[in-house]
Design a protein around this ligand. Sequence first.
Ligand SMILES: [Zn+2]
Length: 327
Amino acid sequence: MSGILIGVDLGATMVRAGAFTPGGEMLAVDQVEIEARRGPEQGFQRLCNLVENLLSQTALHGERLLGVGVGSTGPVDALTGVIVNPGTLPGWEAVPLVAWLEKYFSAPAFLDNDAAVAALGEYWMGAGRGVARLYAVTLGTGIGTSCVIDGQTYRGAGGFHPEGGHQVIDPGGPLCYCGAHGCWESLASGTAIARNARAALVKHPDSILLRLAEGDPGRIDARIVAEAALQGDSLARGVIGRAAEYFALGLFNLLMLFFPEVIVLSGGVMHSSELFMPALGRMLQNATPYLPTSQVDIRLAQLGYYSGIYGAAYAIMRRVSPHDLGS
Ligand SMILES: [Zn+2]
């Protein structure tokens, strides 16, 4: 199999794209601001210009473009190739991205949500390479989940992705934007960590958090809380410790439901993974007598910001050549 695969990661502020060989070698990568507020037509043109630049940069210029895969901030309809109505891309309601791409490039295109595509990237060339049953969790401002079985994204009825981040952990917990109380995301995400740290400041005016946030509580985010925790700040350690316990609880549920060989963790909060690993280790050791949970391997993602473009390229490769995998 020869030719060029394009993987695109369409985010709220940036669109990143990479050109790959079917063997997984990245030939070129670039990114531009999406300027979503200018509307989908202009954004689409920026995306196309970016891809065309990549194609002209690659040493394989002139080789056949096999297809364009896109992982996008959601929600998206992967079956119809339509961006539905993402709050993060205002004005991009019902954008038929796959149809537009296929017309523009005269090549097959594919669209899925960013968490699902990033998990495929880790399966193809990252921490979950070749793992038959892989569960991926992204812990950032929210919590994204995706289950990859033999290199295929698990989908629910109607092609919908299950929302592991909105499993309820504590019915008496804080209200989530999804309408439920005590979702995993509302207890363990970076947003929850920042919110809990700000709330706890009142009782702990001696915390170094305020100094790290240059005196402005509004600037406190999960990264700053993690930094304070690593410096031994008791407020920050308490907040992160609680979030880590909740994070372990959610992972425990997923473990009981899917029992994958490997769980791959990614996302901004995982830059401070050492603060979370002890709780995860305890969870694995004590999980249940019925499953050998201590054998489950929890790994950190390896591709960083590139997992989305790798995964998008892999997804389109699977679609155009389902019988020529891993070559
Ligand atoms: Zn929720």
